[in-house]
Design a protein around this ligand. Sequence first.
Ligand SMILES: Nc1ncnc2c1ncn2[C@@H]1O[C@H](COP(=O)(O)OP(=O)(O)O)[C@@H](O)[C@H]1O
Ligand SMILES: [Mg+2]
Length: 270
Amino acid sequence: MTVSAQSAAHRAPIVSTLEDADPATITVRLRDLHKIYQLGVNEVHAVRGLNVDIPEGQYISIMGASGSGKSTLLNILGALDVPTKGTYHLAKELTSKLSRDELAALRNKYIGFIFQNFNLLTRSTAVENVELPMVYSGVPTGKRRAAALSALEKVGLADRANHLPSEMSGGQQQRVAIARSLVNNPRVLLADEPTGNLDSHTSGEIMKILDELHQQEGLTIILVTHDPGVAEFTERSIILKDGRIIYDQPTPRVGGPELPDVRTVSLAED
Ligand SMILES: Nc1ncnc2c1ncn2[C@@H]1O[C@H](COP(=O)(O)OP(=O)(O)O)[C@@H](O)[C@H]1O
Ligand SMILES: [Mg+2]
């Protein structure tokens, strides 16, 4: 599905550049990053030598055909997985120097996740789902409920707090997941195909929420998508092919010159 180009037309001009960002504001820095999966006797070289700087507050999309390494990259950025070679600095910390616990603490404090399948606990209500990250980060019980309700309010779901996921539409479930991703006040939001299971109208609503989080709260957002209409909301587009970056440019503006290679590569099946 495609979110109409029209709905992206209101966006502010690009604020971050690729080349001349102040080094002090770099929140993600990858150098010669590789990931090799060992599958029995076979090696799968999923990510092959990525070099990327992402300044604080940038809104960036990652596109590419199925198997190009998008999820592998996102998992490494989210400190859910570690690179085989190369370095990853998150918030100035060299992640390979951190212990498991330190890495988990950095992840809890710094990163929020949104997934294609929402990943909500089916037997827990919306507010209980949103409370969960605070359990891991040690927020006292008494404070969790209020923070979760406030996060639900931000995504327009205060009135659904006590509903189960099965009692909500896909778009509502994704909004619960966004609220959950926000409760620990992350600085970076990672989204893997967040609109992949939603119709185009609902996708537009989700993109509007992400846009507001970026514009109003200055969140850094790194979003994997197949949909060029979704990528158009972002400021910068990276395209991966076979684990390598083949394109890294400010996202073409609506009404501006189109870059056919963005479309060609990104429209591949997943
Ligand atoms: N856990 C894993 N073990 C082995 N190979 C994997 C694993 N995860 C991904 N791969 C392989 O790595 C490559 C990149 O996968 P992935 O990052 O999921 O791509 P994308 O998200 O762009 O579809 C693919 O060839 C995939 O089969
Ligand atoms: Mg993937």
